[in-house]
Ligand binder design. Sequence first.
Ligand code: NDP
Length: 472
Amino acid sequence: MEIRDKLYIDGAWVPSTGKGTLEVFDSNTEEVIGKIPEGTAEDAEKAIEAASAAFGEWSSVSHEERSKLLARVAEGLAARTDELAETISREVGMPLSLSKIVQVGLPTGVFADMAKKVTEFSWESEVGNSLIVREPVGVVGAITPWNYPLYQIALKVAPALAAGCTVVLKPSEIAPLNAFILADVLHDVGFPAGVFNLVTGLGNVVGEAIAGHPKVDMVSFTGSTRAGKRVMTLAAETVKKVALELGGKSANIILDDADLDAAIPAGMFACYMNSGQTCSALTRMLVPRARLAEVEEKAKAAAAGFAPGDSLAATTMLGPLASAIQRDRVRGYIEKGIKEGAKLVTGGAEAPEGLEKGYFVQPTVFSDVTTDMTIAQEEIFGPVLSIIPYDTEEEAIAIANDSIYGLSGGVWSSDKAHAEQVARKIRTGQVDINGGAFNPVAPFGGYKQSGVGRERGEFGFEEFLEIKSLQR
Ligand code: NDP
């Protein structure tokens, strides 16, 4: 049992002003594996004051020094890879071998990348008689979710610190233990007091206190569109800069000349990765009506390869979901799909055999899904694929764009140039062509209700900068 009874504020571990604690659960067993403080609005206030007081000095620390400190964070995280991966696999449910690469390797890489960015970046440029200088935004409030908990934290904290901002982090209550490990690493590395602060607690208490506070200059949020809208509303009161990474309902268009043997298994992985708890998951598979039966058969076979099991077991391909709420929510969507008349190809709302305990959901595939169905429109966040048939390419593009979201997408074709043309017509922040490889420094973010702003690489770094022009 991991008991963390203090918050990290102004360079020290301090008790919360409240008495509450929150429990953290093992998604495999439903057992309590940790306890954390249920922070208060007063705790958030203290952390914001500390971050505000630290900003002047931190923003003037040399780029070289900031770079060194960030590189040491990457080293500190790398040294704790096994502990972090196991913690996150228990919290979130991702299979352990994948957690090491995705849940720990990626965030470690973000700190290393930002350590380089801070010294390589062009901080100044000229436009006519003006000198353009980039300056840190100020105090950043970072509110993060549970699905890729440390990665989503790193995508905010690393560029913010690199830019010269100070940070107050509120991680998700569902997967917070990894954030405490990060705070330990940052403390050991020796960041000045107040530069990084960690306040755990409920979103509607600590999160809202951060989003509405006048001394927070920017709030960077990742999570549901519902909570993102609330954050944006609260931030509007003081006209803060707002960055939002929200939900998605991304379409994977399989064109009629696609190699189905490659496209279907890859598409299934892009939907089921992390048990479907991925904002950019390709949850709608759009297929030519003439090839529907063939696709259903291949999808069913591919789904059988995702046997659910304990996230710490070496053979597991599909771990549990992160919480009982999520499990029940996803099972509810499966029931709704059946009720609304979609064809259940495989899976279902019942617990997978032998896995009644734990937050497990069967790998599920629906076909003959129509765009008016709930499972074609709402983010499910579980291992549930909706196959939607189309008659023409124009119709496929229209279906892909028939969503309040605009986060991601895929196109498969044996004619890559043609696939690229189709990709340009999809109104989303990213599209993978023929399963194009993940690029950790390519900008990531959403159109429409999937968000505002971009994370990762140079674009993500620039989000934490203000631009000033000096006329000479
Ligand atoms: P939330 O959006 O509620 O959680 C994300 C973060 O926001 C958490 O830290 C949460 O705190 C915080 N939060 C919640 N309400 C507020 C608020 N009013 N003001 C400020 N911060 C707030 O996601 P859920 O856990 O409820 O998940 C529900 C659904 O959201 C999922 O099924 C999925 O569809 C979507 N989602 C999308 C994600 C993405 O990557 N885009 C990530 C996670 C969820 P707390 O600790 O209290 O939860």
